[in-house]
Design a protein around this ligand. Structure first.
Ligand code: NAD
Ligand code: DAU
Length: 354
């Protein structure tokens, strides 16, 4: 029987996409997720009756639980998506990011190492620990700077980015010190279905549909490189399959856009798909106080994954964004269900004081 993959954070935005893709490839999956505010079992609804999928609610930092799961399910790979993932929340509550992203990842690494050491030589050779990370560890680029490469020194600017940088270093250290066969992927901004509406694109869609202001931090000129979540997960699968242990791989969309440009593109799509009598959605765009320490620009040089592993993004930003806007329009129930009291409290905390 094919051994399973342990996917942590598999009820979140990117993790759930990866769980679905892995099941579609016929690989059994054990999902471990704490179900924090951004974890949502509805993201895995289509696997409800799938005997090849097991879901366990739990914390990656719970060593007893993780060791038990590893002994019982004997995965051939661990893919770690579990994290606190929102920069603005990290500015208000850094400790939560240290707990999961740094301490939780370290505990997961220790469990993975003990498990790996218990495997026979051929299982040891095939085992992989893949850590999903971000371009934000590299810091901020100016308008004309070359894109980040895998050799760019780390210079994280937000508590979120610092916690991800720390976890990357620990993952690397477990390779260098103990020989654990690790892989690290550093990816740019993702968009697509099932993204929690605290992040820019789903927040814009949610607010536009509610006729609420579309908050743009600072001047709206900050640049992000956008990649469809399907392409990110395909890249992760490729790195898992053929990446060299101990290496990191940059992943990006070659789709740099200013935030205001993104907001205008979302509004134009909504004007086409769901025109409103009150006028164009772009009328709702509102400039608000900037994010402290707001990184100016991210851009990824992806030559390594393209040339070594033959990965290429399939979605263009234009078609991917249209498909994403349509997904949110077609899945109003999903969007409504994630807007709990805690979500509304977050909007109040983050935006009322700007
Ligand atoms: P998300 O917030 O949507 O999902 C995170 C998931 O992790 C949730 O399901 C949550 O319940 C779970 N989780 C949180 N703490 C946990 C813990 N202690 N134990 C077990 N589960 C826990 O985030 P996302 O956008 O899907 O990001 C997933 C990963 O990808 C993160 O590691 C993030 O740093 C990385 N990443 C994200 C992006 C992006 O644009 N969203 C880009 C590059 C890298
Ligand atoms: O670059 C990869 C990172 O992308 C991931 O590691 C993070 O997990 C993910 O959250 C994302 O971080 P960003 O901070 O870039 O994403 P966010 O959607 O929060 O913001 C995107 C840009 O839009 C950023 O420049 C800030 C701006 N913004 C964001 C929000 C929420 C606004 O102008 N208004 C907003 O209301």
């Amino acid at each position: 029987m094919t051994p399973c993959h342990l996917i942590t954070g598999g009820a979140g935005f990117i993790g759930s996409c990866h769980v679905l893709q892995t099941r579609a490839a016929g690989i059994p999956v054990l999902t471990l997720d704490k179900l924090t505010y951004s974890g949502n079992l509805a993201n895995l609804d289509s696997l409800r009756d799938d005997p090849g999928h097991v879901f366990v609610q739990g914390d990656i930092g719970n060593a007893e639980l993780v060791s038990h799961l590893l002994r019982t399910h004997r995965p051939s790979a661990i893919i770690n998506f579990a994290a606190e993932s929102h920069v603005d929340r990290s500015i208000l509550d850094p400790e939560a990011f240290i707990r999961t992203n740094v301490l939780g990842t370290t505990s997961l690494l220790r469990c993975a190492l003990a498990y790996w050491q218990s495997l026979n030589p051929s299982e040891q050779r095939d085992f992989r620990f893949l850590h999903v990370s971000t371009d934000e560890v590299f810091g901020s680029l100016g308008p004309d700077d070359p894109a980040f490469t895998e050799q760019t020194p780390y210079a994280p600017n937000s508590p979120y980015a610092a916690s991800k940088a720390a976890s990357d270093h620990l993952v690397r250290a477990f390779h260098e010190t103990y020989g654990l066969p690790v892989l690290i992927t550093n990816c740019s901004n993702n968009y697509g279905p099932r993204q929690f509406p605290e992040k820019l694109i789903p927040l814009l869609i949610r607010n536009a549909l509610a006729r609420a202001p579309l908050p743009i931090y600072g001047t709206g000129e900050n640049v992000r490189d956008w990649l469809h979540v399907d392409d990110h997960c395909a890249a992760i699968a490729r790195v898992l399959e053929a990446g060299r242990p101990g290496r990191s791989y940059n992943i990006g969309g070659r789709a740099e856009r200013g935030n205001l440009e993104v907001a205008r593109a979302v509004c134009a799509l909504l004007d086409e798909e769901r025109p409103h009598a009150a006028g164009p959605y772009a009328d709702l765009i509102t400039f608000v106080a900037d994010r402290p320490g707001h990184d100016w620009r991210y851009a990824m040089n992806c030559e390594r994954i393209e040339t070594e592993l033959g990965w290429r993004a399939r979605h263009s930003f234009a078609s991917g964004l249209r498909e994403t806007v349509r997904w949110y329009l077609d899945n109003a129930d999903w969007l409504e269900a994630v807007q709990s009291g805690a979500y509304r409290q977050w909007l109040e905390t983050n935006y009322a004081r700007r």
